[in-house]
Design a protein around this ligand. Structure first.
Ligand code: NAI
Length: 270
């Protein structure tokens, strides 16, 4: 069901790899709500993933960009402006990768070259995207930008490894750049802190399946799905949330405010 919440709006969606990706679901939802979009991902992900299938469904061009490469980002914004004949109204940053996790390095045994790369891809990239957007004046007045994060930026989750620190940086960039872009162009910038979700990035976390079940039991509403995350993000791109900025918004069925549930106590009492 569509409410035409994004009728006439134009946006860029970063990070749709395959059908499980939160960005994939968000792209579909944005288009269903009346938006026109440009899809982007790292060139290697475009080759290995299924983004062209999504592009067909969304009638959207795909413009490759490695978010750690400034020339790629310049090209993305220039081509997007050319495509739409002007700026965009929304951007989704749905990008995360931990090189140390991929290599199986524990948090107390990190490789710092890998960590630099992880920080660059998963947090600094948000600054790079926003700085490039400002440079090209690529986001329209009252535009909206959302990046995806996880509660491990606030609470210790041992298996989230270096990504906990990196998400804390991402959330800080949201506040700092939210101030700048708000003052300059009334552009709002927020993070959505999503429940654990079965995706390629999610499944890279050790013990992920067990954690999904635990989180389900610890959330009064249960885990939020990727589709529900897409719907929430659409609301943040819509005109109904124009005064919300520089916030980290938990989209997690209540997990972040729950100390313990009866279900978890029952499990522990067995
Ligand atoms: P995903 O694996 O489908 O998406 C991650 C995306 O990052 C992929 O499309 C990948 O190609 C892209 N990417 C990696 N390196 C890149 C680079 N150098 N340049 C451009 N793009 C690059 O996984 P998912 O779960 O949809 O992840 C999206 C976001 O949601 C991430 O920020 C993740 O941390 C966040 N998130 C995920 C949760 C989960 O449990 N899956 C929970 C909370 C937040």
């Amino acid at each position: 069901m569509s409410h035409n919440l994004l009728k006439g709006k134009k946006g860029i969606i970063f990070g749709a790899l395959d059908e499980k990706s939160i960005a994939w679901k968000t792209a579909l939802r944005c288009v269903a709500e009346g938006a026109e979009i440009v899809l982007t991902n790292a060139p290697v992900a475009i080759r290995m993933g299924e983004i062209n299938k999504l592009a067909e469904q969304c009638k959207a061009p795909v413009i490759g960009a490695d978010v750690t490469n400034m020339d790629d980002l310049d090209n993305l914004f220039l081509k997007t402006k050319e495509h739409f004949g002007g700026g965009v109204d929304f951007i989704l940053h749905s990008i995360g990768m931990s090189v140390n996790m991929r290599k199986g390095n524990d948090y107390t045994n990190l490789n710092y070259d890998y960590m630099h790369k992880s920080v660059d891809i998963s947090a600094m990239s948000f600054h790079r995207v926003l700085q490039t957007a400002i440079k090209h004046d690529a986001i329209n007045e009252w535009g909206s930008v959302v990046a995806l994060t996880f509660i491990a930026a606030h609470l210790a989750f041992p298996n989230y490894n270096e990504m906990a620190d990196i998400k804390a940086m991402l959330e800080s960039i949201t506040r700092s750049f939210g101030y700048q872009y708000g003052m300059k162009k009334h552009v709002r910038i927020n993070t959505v802190s999503q429940s654990p979700t079965v995706t390629t990035a999610g499944q890279g976390i050790a013990g992920f399946d067990g954690f999904v079940s635990f989180s389900e039991k610890m959330s009064p509403l249960g885990n939020a799905s990727a589709d529900q995350c897409a719907e929430f993000t659409v609301s943040l791109f819509s005109d109904y949330t124009r005064m919300v900025t520089m916030q980290n918004l938990f989209h997690d069925g209540g997990f972040s405010s729950t100390g313990v549930t009866e279900a978890v106590i029952a499990q522990m009492s067995k």
